[in-house]
Structures are given as structure tokens and as C-alpha cells.
Design a protein around this ligand. Sequence first.
Ligand SMILES: Cc1cc2nc3c(=O)[nH]c(=O)nc-3n(C[C@H](O)[C@H](O)[C@H](O)COP(=O)(O)OP(=O)(O)OC[C@H]3O[C@@H](n4cnc5c(N)ncnc54)[C@H](O)[C@@H]3O)c2cc1C
Length: 436
Amino acid sequence: MMDYKSFWLEHVGNYEHYSSLQDDQKTDVCIIGAGYTGLSTAIHLKEKNPSLDVTILEAGVVGIGASGRNGGFSMRLFGITMDITRFRHGKQKTKEADMYMVDAVDYLETLIKRYEIDCDYVRDGMMTVATNAQQLNHLEKEMELIDDIGLKGFKWIDQKDTRELVNSPTYLAARYDEHCALLHPAKLVRGLAKVAERLGVKIYENTTVIDVKTRTKIVVTSGGTVRSEKILFATNAYSSFYPKLKKKQIPIYTYISLTEPLSDKQLQALNWEKRVGVEDFRNFLHYYRLTPDNRLMFGGGEAFYYYGSPLDRDKNKEMDARLQQTVAEIFPQLDGIQFTHHWGGPISASLDFIPTIGKISNDIWYSIGCMGHGVSLTNYNGLTLAELMLEEESKRTNFFIVNRRIFSIPPEPFRYIIVSGIRAALRYEDKRGLRK
Ligand SMILES: Cc1cc2nc3c(=O)[nH]c(=O)nc-3n(C[C@H](O)[C@H](O)[C@H](O)COP(=O)(O)OP(=O)(O)OC[C@H]3O[C@@H](n4cnc5c(N)ncnc54)[C@H](O)[C@@H]3O)c2cc1C
């Protein structure tokens, strides 16, 4: 089989590549990375100030990172779980974070509509399912927390109604959230690039940034240099090439396996008529959905950290086998189904699982830590970053992830030991069936 980064990138349609940087240039804003963060920021900068010269430098091709590989859930989850966010930041900030995320889901929808981006966008919500008694108990507690904090848009659904939406013998009940849409991630990122280009943004592909000189604001690349007034690191999990970002976040891998298209009979057996996304309620949760051509895309179940933070562990055979086994357990109706694709990629995680928008020095910004929930978040962060870079104030620029203090992550071997400790604790809870 041909090498691919994701099913989505393989099936994104015709795409005309951008050339690479070949000389030395000057620009007003230089953005490193052509994923959702970089492209959305560029679009919003141009919307606000069309005369601004904006340049994006991308090491690979547009969307080669998480933006072209993700599950396509435009969703509301912030941090790792609501109770952990509340434990660390309190009730008020948990509510603020939820409001930012709800706005993010709504905002991405308006952005897609505004520019008529064809990305198979469907907003039928998502279910968080409980598949054992302990998970059920925990989910009920989280519903109480939701009521206590006063969050809107969630609904409890009993076993019968849950299985009417998606039929698995393992489901006991679910929480339904109307603030979730499914989309084709690669079509979205390539669509955003086209919008940015139309607005006058210069995009260079196959242009790896090697260094950023903070004093002179010169970005050094494999093909030339760019002198810029303002700079943004939109490099997400790939940020460790820059020493000042290496200690702020780490690349954690999540993997996805994909089936052949389901037959009408198989679809009927699953009752899966509405395009509802599904997650279970483990720490290392599973996330799954149907693709536009009715394949089952099934991901998660474990998150990996590899010693030394390598950035090329895009497949994991053991995880592929585990995901296939889990599909058989959750959907016995799909007995004999063939799997056609397996891929993964790094997400960016901080030690407390919460995202950060910050400054390295004057006029040099970064955005990291969006975990596995960055589809809506990074696109909305693009608006926030544009406001910050243009020194505008809004409810977004006052959000507590902006310029927050974060824990430094030590170098190896300590980072491996710390991350392994956190992973082991989360896995232990899942294995004991607490959140299985
Ligand atoms: C397998 C997987 C499943 C996921 N599922 C979901 C989901 O269903 N829902 C959800 O909300 N989130 C999900 N996420 C997370 C989400 O995809 C990310 O949070 C989001 O795409 C991050 O966007 P970004 O633009 O910040 O980063 P990226 O898309 O990773 O873009 C960073 C870009 O920077 C470029 N770059 C890096 N270094 C350099 C350099 N030195 N020079 C130039 N360019 C450079 C990279 O090539 C890359 O294109 C998932 C992630 C993965 C990996």
C-alpha cells in the first residue's frame, strides 16, 4: 500500500502545491506552520488589515501535521476532563473555558460558511457513552458538575435512546452534546489555505524553519531568510525544534484505524443514521465516527510518549491490532469487517493538559497544548492570535490561557519518567475498570 499520512490526506482531491522559499524576504507577519492555527491566524490578520503582508512557512505540505490527520470532531472538550480542569483552575475558569470552546465550535461553523469551504461539515452532535457501571457512575457525576457550573447544551440519554442513535451492546447510557460537528479535516485545512491565498497570504511549502533570531526577528529556513515585524510559532506538537518551546509541551501520539465502507446491512445493524460522533468515558478514551463514505473511523484507547520526543512515529502496529480488537468488542455486528488504513500523529500536550497562547519575546508568539481537541480550538485561537498580534482587546484576549504560566518540562530522562508516571496512573484507572 502506498505510504500515506492519513486517509483524509489521501482522499482530499486535487491540490496544487505551493513553491518553497528560495531567497531572502521581508514581511510584516511570519507564521511558522500551515495547520489550522497558522492558517486561521493568517486569515484573520488579513480580514482585519488587508494591507498587512503575511507569510506562512511550512516544513512539509499544508495540513501534513495534526490538521490533516485528526478525527474531524469539531468539539467542545477543553483540557483532559472537566473535573480535572475544575480541580486545577476552579469553577469560574472551567465555565469560562467551556464558553470559549462553545464559541469555538460555533465560530468554526461560521468561518466554514463564510468562505464556503467544502469539508463535509455535518453538525449532529456527539455522544459520550458509558460502557460499564463505574463509567456510568462517573458520567452521572460529571452531569451533576455540568448542572452545578451551569453549562448548557448537554442532555442525558438512557440506554434505549443511546442504542437507537448508535447500536452497541456495550452502551449503558450516554451524555449527548449538541456542540459537536464532524468534518473532513484535510479538506478543511486545504480549504483554509485557499482562503488565505485568496486574501493575499504568501504560503511556502517544503520550507523548514531552522532558527528564529529573536533580537533581529529573522527567521532562518532551509531556503532563505525572512525578516519580519511579528512572528508566530504555529508548530503545535512539532515545536521542540525551538529550544524555548521544547520545555513547554511534549508530543503525545494518538492512533486511528479505519475500516472499508460499511454495507447498508451493516449500517442498519448499527442504527447509525445521524452523523453523531462517539466517545467513551475512559481516561484514554476511544473516539469514533463514520466517514462521508460510511467507513468506521476508530481512534484512541491509549496515548503514547516515546523517549526523546521523536516526531515520526506515525504508525503503531500494536495499536492497530488493539483498535481492531476493540471494534470487534464494541460492534460484534461488524464481524469480518476489513481494515484498510491505520495512521496517527503527535498532539501537543502541556503537563497540566491545558492549552497556552504566549509570547517568547516582544512580537514573537506561540500557541501550543491543544491536545486532541484542537479542531475548533485552534481555528478560534487564530482569531485570538490575530487580535493579540494587532494589539486589540476582546473577551478572547482576556481568556486565561493567554500568557498563563506553565510548568516547565525537564529534559530526558526526567521527562520520560514524569510522562510515564502520569500515563501509568491514567492507565491504571482505566484498567481497574473505573473508567473502562
Ligand atoms: C490522530 C489525531 C486525531 C485527532 N483528532 C482530533 C479530533 O477529532 N478533534 C479535535 O478537536 N482534535 C483532534 N486532534 C488534534 C488536532 O488535530 C490538533 O489540535 C490541531 O490540528 C492542531 O493544529 P495546529 O495548526 O496547531 O498544528 P498542526 O496541524 O500540527 O500544524 C503544525 C504545522 O507546523 C509545521 N512545522 C513544524 N515544524 C516546522 C518548522 N520547523 N518549519 C516550518 N513548519 C513547521 C508542521 O509541518 C505542521 O504542518 C487530533 C490529532 C491527531 C494527531
